[in-house]
Design a protein around this ligand. Structure first.
Ligand SMILES: [Cu+2]
Length: 66
């Protein structure tokens, strides 16, 4: 499970854009997004790096939480 803090995710549109970006990396990934907390939780076998990149490419700033 990877936990990203995405502080520039501000509305439902951001949520669906990020969801799509995550699914683009791994269609089987489980994504849980908490908009008020600006948190994106991802369960996947793919490396966290790949998701960090996808979030950046989607135009957001994702910080992987330890
Ligand atoms: Cu938005």
């Amino acid at each position: 499970m990877y936990n990203f803090q995405v502080n520039d995710m501000t509305c439902g549109h951001c949520v669906s854009t990020i969801e799509k970006a995550v699914k683009g990396v791994d269609a089987a990934a489980e994504v849980k997004i908490d908009l008020p907390a600006r948190k994106v939780d991802i369960s996947s076998q793919k490396p966290a790096e790949a998701f960090a990149e996808a979030i950046t490419e989607a135009g957001y700033t994702g910080q992987l939480q330890a």
